[in-house]
Design a protein around this ligand. Structure first.
Ligand code: ZN
Length: 115
């Protein structure tokens, strides 16, 4: 097994842990008083991945979601920053922005493997 194989194996594991567990850490740091609720809300923001259903093929491990899918476009990301300004939407916005960061890390990882 080469180092690349190890990376290929780790990539989805790290990715889904970042999507599911790390929001718990963020919730604990930034929304301590209501961290369980914040964690749940941030996990629910995973639903932005539903925009993948519009794409063909729905899943392509060699494609970067950022800038490709409608809810992962740069316009959408700008919108998530605007949502941050509204206290009631702050947790949702944090979840969405963190989701984009996670997806982007995955793209960087993928490019580093294919490059
Ligand atoms: Zn995504």
């Amino acid at each position: 097994m080469t180092i690349t194989d190890v990376h290929e194996l780790l990539r989805p594991i790290v990715h889904y842990n970042l999507h599911l567990l790390f929001p718990g850490v963020i919730a604990w740091i930034f929304f301590r008083k209501e961290w369980k609720k914040a964690w749940l809300i941030m996990i629910v923001t995973m639903l932005v991945d539903l925009d993948h259903l519009l794409a063909d093929p729905i899943f392509d491990p060699t494609r970067c979601s950022i800038g490709f899918h409608p809810l992962h476009s740069f316009y959408a990301i700008a919108g998530y920053f605007i949502l941050l300004l509204f206290p009631k939407l702050r947790i949702v916005a944090t979840g969405l922005l963190f989701h984009m960061v996670t997806d982007y890390i995955d793209c960087l990882w993928m490019w580093s493997l294919s490059g």
